[in-house]
Design a protein around this ligand. Structure first.
Ligand SMILES: Cc1cc2nc3c(=O)[nH]c(=O)nc-3n(C[C@H](O)[C@H](O)[C@H](O)COP(=O)(O)OP(=O)(O)OC[C@H]3O[C@@H](n4cnc5c(N)ncnc54)[C@H](O)[C@@H]3O)c2cc1C
Length: 643
């Protein structure tokens, strides 16, 4: 009997076909095969919803091209190198002196990824003055959604660069005041931060966190001292421009973009916490060196391996004060609003790759002799995961749309279906203020859970550091990298605390932001959807009433508000995302989008167990599960179809 059994060996027996990840976005009509149709179908819907017809082609082209760039062996190699050849320090010269020239070493892959991002315009697109008639922020974030998952954290410095550019733009016309030469210097920095030429482009760090705390910068111990004007004229930055007239000393506990060209930071002056712009390098008689900055050590982190996160000692770093002395936190808020949006957007990007790999694996893998995509339970589970992802996408990109409106005016939404979503610029501004911390906290936490499910979807392979085949199946890397998004730029609790403060802030909608702005906004969106989704609208309204009752009970008590912070985040998240998925479905009542909307409401408002109703038509439900997860274009071969 055993004579007929052929044992497997390392080179014979079963061999799994490599799952093939499809390009994330394909312009309609440009797919050359079934393998090339858009994999991340919500993207086409966001394009149609938020961009006027004349703006769509440029955005679609950038997504189409980036979707292919990230699958090239060359880029996958860069990403793998950035992950595995981690940054290191050479703190001393050969003869033991402190190396103040080039102590930090990053690998070629890391540098190449930064350059690819710059060339694609991951920051520049948002500042392209030639585009005035559509939402540049939508373009930027849609492009980046196709890139961040592969960019291996090079999008961290890009996000901070975006924040820094946004802050410098606000100071475009600020006079030099008592800092002669500042305006010209900052204009040049802005030009470089928003450049798409890697030879010219700069990135910026943001140095807030100190040992005393990142969430609460009031404990900042770094001190800035004003030098005389004469001194400020003597020294030059790496570009030959004057160094600022402030000398900064202290210790920064977490700096991620240590390989950047400049940084924004907070330091104490005699008038309080102030914001500073500091170039990383200054000129010497023979070349350049770090600008009074010493890298003490690199952090040993769970993930974000390629990102050189360091502890820095500042001794006489020279910089310019930005904004009013003592009012630095007000300045830094501009950066934080942008970086928080990038945090959520990065999270959904990682999640999108997790789902793409799950789809590819599900199509390629057999269990018990049949393809996984014929397994009803598996498809149902992954369809639920896809519904959560789509809710997070609708919410994140609404935040992005609001950011674009607040920066450029409501005109950027003209001639788009989404114009109906945003009543006026005051409402847009208030909604952005309220929803940014909600989006940051909730989307980044959901993505961690989502990517964990994607790892499980691949079985044991999902838990491995798959560095083979270009590393495209390495979900462990995405998981590790996604966890930090829940911590940096403010933890979930800090976001909840922020929301509590907004609710009581009399300067925003007279302290009634939920009652007078958010609730009317939800009701307005529901009115647009009620004819098609009456039950779902009623469920959202019921939850809205619950939130309003909760707020009226707790608002006057800071302790109650603090205690309820996480509930507030969750209520606001599902109310906004639920309204937005209904709005998305209402636009064309497309089958999958409609089912996604109904399921999102069932899942988030009635509990996941209610999804499977006793009287559900199993066959119809299973087909919808498959379409939600594997896409409307996926057609199983007849011999593979179970139902
Ligand atoms: C990989 C990595 C890279 C980073 N890069 C940078 C960088 O480039 N620049 C930079 O400035 N920082 C950076 N950080 C720091 C990061 O922003 C902080 O770690 C983060 O803001 C949290 O601050 P903390 O570590 O001081 O924690 P703490 O603020 O001490 O938080 C500890 C706990 O207290 C809770 N808590 C704090 N405040 C409140 C509150 N008001 N209500 C309820 N709970 C609260 C928190 O939720 C948390 O559970 C980085 C961190 C990491 C992990």
């Amino acid at each position: 009997m055993t004579d007929s059994l052929v044992p497997s060996s390392a080179t014979s027996g079963f061999s799994q076909t490599l799952p093939k990840v499809k390009p994330q976005y394909t312009i309609a009509g440009h797919a050359t095969s079934q393998d090339e149709t858009t994999d991340d179908v919500i993207l086409s819907r966001l394009v149609r919803q938020y961009l006027p017809a004349h703006g769509q082609s440029a955005v679609e082209k950038s997504m189409h091209d980036m979707s292919r760039t990230v699958l090239t062996p060359e880029v996958l190699d860069y990403a793998l190198e950035a992950e595995t050849v981690t940054p290191y320090l050479r703190p001393n010269t050969t003869f033991g002196e402190i190396n103040d020239n080039d102590p930090l070493v990053t690998c070629a892959g890391w540098k190449a990824l930064k350059a690819i991002g710059m060339r694609a315009g991951v920051v520049k697109v948002a500042y392209d003055e030639s585009v005035t008639s559509y939402n540049r922020r939508l373009h930027q974030f849609l492009l980046n959604h196709n890139w961040s998952h592969t960019a291996t954290l090079t999008m961290c410095p890009m996000a901070m660069t975006d924040g820094a550019a946004s802050l410098l733009a606000k100071h475009w016309d600020s006079p030099d005041g008592d800092q002669p030469g500042r305006n010209a210097v900052l204009k040049e920095y802005y030009r470089r931060l928003t450049s798409d030429d890697p030879d010219q482009a700069w990135t910026s760090g943001q140095w807030m966190t100190e040992r005393s705390g990142g969430s609460d910068v009031r404990g900042t111990e770094t001190v800035a001292t004003r030098l005389s004007n004469n001194t400020s004229q003597q020294d030059q930055d790496v570009l030959g421009q004057p160094l600022g007239p402030w000398s900064i000393n202290g210790f920064k506990w977490f700096s991620s973009a240590t390989d950047s060209d400049m940084t924004m930071m907070l330091a104490q002056t005699t008038k309080g916490l102030s914001a500073f712009v500091v170039p990383m390098r200054r000129k010497t008689a023979t070349g350049t060196k770090l600008n009074g900055i010493r890298i003490q050590r690199l952090k040993n982190k769970m993930g974000t391996k390629g990102l050189p996160t360091a502890e820095l000692e500042l001794k006489g770093a020279r910089g310019w004060i930005l904004g009013e002395e003592g009012k630095g936190v007000q300045e830094i808020v501009t950066i934080l609003n942008i970086t928080r949006l990038h945090t959520a957007a990065g999270s959904v990007s990682y999640w999108s790759r997790g789902l793409a790999v799950s789809r590819a694996y599900t199509i390629a893998r057999k269990t018990r002799g049949v393809f996984l995509h014929t397994n009803l339970q598996h498809n149902y589970w992954m369809a639920c995961e896809t519904v959560k992802y789509r809710g997070a996408m609708c919410l994140t990109f609404f935040g992005v749309a609001l950011q674009g409106c607040v920066e450029r005016g409501l005109g950027v939404m003209k001639s788009t279906p989404s114009a109906a979503l945003i009543p006026d610029i005051e409402a847009a501004s208030a909604l952005l203020r309220l929803l940014t911390p909600v989006i940051k906290a909730q989307v980044s936490m959901s993505a961690v859970a989502g990517i964990r499910a994607n790892m499980e979807c691949l079985g044991g392979v999902g838990y491995c550091e798959n560095h083979e085949d270009g590393g495209i199946l390495n979900l462990a890397k995405l998981f590790r990298d996604s966890v930090v998004q829940t911590i940096w730029e403010g933890t979930g609790s800090v976001m909840a605390d922020d929301v509590g403060r907004i609710l009581r802030d009399k300067r925003i909608a007279r302290g009634r932001i939920v009652e007078d702005v958010f609730a009317p906004w939800v009701r307005n969106v529901l009115e647009l959807c009620r004819a098609n989704f009456p039950k779902e609208c009623a469920a959202i309204e019921k939850r809205l009433d619950t939130l309003l009752q909760l707020i009226s009970r707790i608002k006057s008590s800071p302790a109650q508000l603090e205690y309820s912070g996480r509930w507030l985040l969750e209520h606001l998240e599902v109310l906004a995302a639920g309204s937005l998925v209904l709005f998305d479905a209402t636009s064309d009542m497309e089958e999958v989008a409609s089912n996604v909307a109904v399921r999102y409401i069932l899942m988030k408002f009635a509990g996941e167990d209610r999804l499977q109703q006793d009287d559900a038509d199993l066959e119809a439900e299973a087909i919808i599960d498959r379409k939600i997860f594997l896409g409307p274009d996926f057609v199983p071969r007849p011999e593979e179809a179970k139902l």
